[in-house]
Design a protein around this ligand. Sequence first.
Ligand SMILES: Nc1ncnc2c1ncn2[C@@H]1O[C@H](COP(=O)(O)OP(=O)(O)OP(=O)(O)O)[C@@H](O)[C@H]1O
Length: 297
Amino acid sequence: MNSTWIILNPNAGTNDKSLIPDIESKAKQIRTSAGQNLFKTQYAGHASEITRKAIKQGVQKIIAVGGDGTVNEIAKELVHTKTALAIIPAGSGNGLARQLYIPMNRSRAWDAAVNNTPVAIDSLEINGKAFFCTAGFGFDAFVTHEFHNMPERGFMSYAKASMGSYFNFPDQSFEILSQGKELINTKAIGITIANAGQYGNNAWISPLSDITDGKAELVILKKLPSYLLPGFLYKLFQKKLSKDRYYQTIDMPKTFTIKTTCDYMHIDGEVVKVPEGENQYRVKILPKSLNIIPGKN
Ligand SMILES: Nc1ncnc2c1ncn2[C@@H]1O[C@H](COP(=O)(O)OP(=O)(O)OP(=O)(O)O)[C@@H](O)[C@H]1O
């Protein structure tokens, strides 16, 4: 049996025609038995199914080739298992890969995936759904929703989706509780729960977040007047955001509850429609729960 499986989402990313043949040839180079070691996903949820099979068969490492959606599907199955995850970034945002300093260059990412040693990172759960980078309510979830409906992928589409709706987006209510005590009660354009520091695309929404520290941060974003937006965006991409009257970041306890009236949320960049009548979310931190291969050791 091959001890490394590769799971590739052929639909991921921005239409790179060389991706599939390149990964096919790299997979052949590391094949150690007659068994299959490359699996192409055929539908949403397929990467999770393949991962469950890999765990049962004692596979030691899974190399995910795709974007954050594919990575999330695989990683959530690997939480609290011995199987390590490596990533070849092939999506549009690649948040977890960038957070782990995995090269965007495919050959260098492959070298890291094959040769580097895993580290244990934290994961988070929101109403039982695992995530590894960020989850959010309000404006960032709305932008993610708009982005997924755009014909083109990539950073420029994110910028268009954000700018087109920012000034009309209404404030939302957020109440955060822990152990029955109210920690926060506020109106804001959105909140982000951060395990990693960035959304993807090097947009550092929570620059001090450390994916291995056993903690999560909550970012509260208030609507900025237009003249402050360019400075905010500059700091976002330069990893320089810090507390002010429009941007707050709070260290969170190990478990907490969010009550909100938002219609959408995103979990690692995948939009989730909030079920009618559901407005309460339990968040739990699972320290050092996933073995993952970083870009640098
Ligand atoms: N063959 C397939 N057809 C349709 N959807 C698929 C297929 N394989 C996987 N998927 C789904 O596609 C979703 C998006 O994929 P992925 O995140 O890898 O790429 P992306 O959306 O281009 O990247 P990013 O998340 O960085 O924007 C995944 O959540 C997965 O469930």
